[in-house]
Write a protein that binds this ligand. Sequence first.
Ligand SMILES: [Mn+2]
Length: 426
Amino acid sequence: MKIEKSQIGDVNKAAAIVHKEGFDFLGHTLTRNNTNVEAVIEKLQKFQVAIPSWALGAGGTRFGRFGFYGEPSSLEQKIDDVGLLHALTKTAGAVSLHIPWDVPSDYTAIKELASSHEILFDAVNSNTFQDQKGTSNSYKFGSLSNQSNDSRAQAIQHNIDVINIGNKLGSKSLTVWLADGACFPGQSNFQTALQHTQDSLKEIYKELPEDWKMFIEYKPYEPNFYSTVIQDWGTSFMLANECGDKAFTLVDLGHHLPNSNIEQIVATLMLKGKLGGFHFNDSKYGDDDLTVGSIKPYALFLIFNELVYGMDNNPQNPYPAWMIDASHNVKDPLEDLIQSLEAIQEAYAKALLIDQKALKIAQQEHDVVKCQEILQNAYRTDVRPLLREARLRVGGALEPIQAYRSLKIREGLIKERGKNSIATGL
Ligand SMILES: [Mn+2]
């Protein structure tokens, strides 16, 4: 299923006048305050976020999963779904695949399909947190950290296979997230597990093509509840340094203990040139994988403030790979992703409005009140007209959720795929 440009144009007509009034008003206000509105719009248009293949169907919890009708059940359909998101929002120009579920049978056809949707292949994700059919060694007690040489060798080989698959599609990075750890004290030796992990990552790193990056994700707990081998950014940073210049830390917003100062972690990593990838989601208590910006939008804004600062001031840090890593239990996954994309763009736009020069002066003058005023003036600005304008100029929808509903996209997908199609790789 594909959305034609003319369909979006028709839907936009109804909202065009109201949008123009709102955009003109905001544009004048920002220009008066010395904001380069055109530069902000251009940055918003360039900011593309990858959609992971596992986010397109209903997620689930350990208590159950409630399916959504018309889910994509093949790699082709998953790419079609990302294409729909991109057509509406113009900010989802990449897909992130999960192996073994998304191995193409025809690479040329898959690449052609993606390019017809203007979709690139972002980081490829390996999976060693569950056993697959036909494998001879188990990951029940770890993968890259496992005590068993055979399990480690199998996990290393899987990651190398994933690199080779990604390479054929034009991906440039591998994301490694490990579920390795222990559920009980005494279950494993911390030092041995960490050493094995480091040695295994180095083996994988050796196989990275010259222009590739490896992202090492961390998480404090779950599925192991006493300890995880790569528990925090410091451990990931240390491992990335041990591997080499092409290895980086990946920050997933949900992978922190409550109230962690994630914006400070971002700043530290960018200063050291080691923030490689970024996974967006939101949470109240743990790794809840909720819609971006649905719980803590101000925290997201403060994180974007550091990302914007880093992108402007840290040439030692490569441009990060952005991805949404959320799970959809009660919402239509595509509507949920549209909401996340909007929240990301909104936080980014607000961070771009921060008067960095004035902030620096206020900091030097120890004017704490002024510092807060500068941040919150930006945060309190309703930037949505900028987002709409950025989309409108490249053929996207003024109001993506409304367009999705009025074009009856889900109904069309159900018609095409049937009610009981189930997405794989969740
Ligand atoms: Mn993640």
